[in-house]
Design a protein around this ligand. Sequence first.
Ligand code: XIL
Length: 379
Amino acid sequence: MRVRRTSGFTAAVLAVAVTGLSTAAISIAGSQAAIASTGPQAAAAAVPDPTTSTLRELARHTKLRVGTAVDTAALQSDTTYRTIVAQQFSSVTPENVMKWESVEAERGVYDFAAADTLVDFARAHGQKVRGHTLLWHNQLPAWLTSGTWTKAELRSILRAHIFAEAGHFRGRIWAWDVVNEAFNDDGTLRDTLWLRVIGPSYLADAFKWAHQADPKAILFYNDYNIEGINPKSDAVFDLVRSLRSAGVPVQGVGLQGHLGTQYDAPGDVLQNLRRFAALGVDTAITEADVRSVLPVDSAELQAQANGYSLMMESCLLVRSCVSYTVWGFTDKYQWVPGVFEGQGAAALYDENYVARPAYDALRRDLALAPTLGSRGQTP
Ligand code: XIL
């Protein structure tokens, strides 16, 4: 069994994480043995060399889509950035250009140009697209947040937006983050425009409308701090269970995966993914990054690799986990420093595109993953 590096996260958390992951490592090793018994040549064909292959090449045998959030301005202006997106990833998520303020800055006037460019890029490079996001409380246009709306008006605005956007991309989006970040950390519903004016029924409405607008897209609920089992992930679990039992088309749960080496890593990601799988939904790691307080030292970079790896290994071991997306792959354009003061170094590559230990950790994880014929519950 391979030895995990253990610097960085606190001892107590590591004990939990290592207990969980030692089972993971055994299962992965077991599946490799099974592959080897079918003949060394078959195994060699199925799993490329982890020291020289790209993430997407290594993920193919386990049917996992490895994705990145894409900054569409960088995609246009920076050749190295563009090359890495194409070579390393088999799925893309627009970092900003499908958000409400980007596509409908003026009421009823839609601009999908930037997002269309990314969807075309993905098609040209054999990549899936995760649509992000139809309904959120952030990055809303001013006309929407500064208006005074009745419940009926706001419902019809939301309905029109979802039909316009999901309808525009109909058939070209693999999975939609339909609702983003609707809960507080204590498991209560977040106080947003949507909750205040429409009430909790906005959640079911959003999924129903998205399904009508694009029946083939896999519809996700997406949130942060729901990687482990806690009051917030319990609330998401209850929501998804009750929506599904009422026939509402929620088909996936996205764990954003924004971790930091200064915090305890969740010890029970695997168990959490498994309980969501038992509800019959797909799961995904949708926005992985592991930040540190700057400047970083080598122990923090090892802890970062452990954080990325913890989420990857957990995902690989659960058949319902269909994709693992990083929220930007280079510090050159990464969102963390702009939002968390004094923090950064969160991506797989630094600002000069030098890969960090986390990148090799993910390559090894992928190479050791079970070879699967399919992932996910929805075809
Ligand atoms: C972030 C983008 O990365 C930034 O460029 C933007 O300024 C703010 O939003 N959770 C989400 C993402 O669901 O949409 C956020 O993206 C990061 C947190």
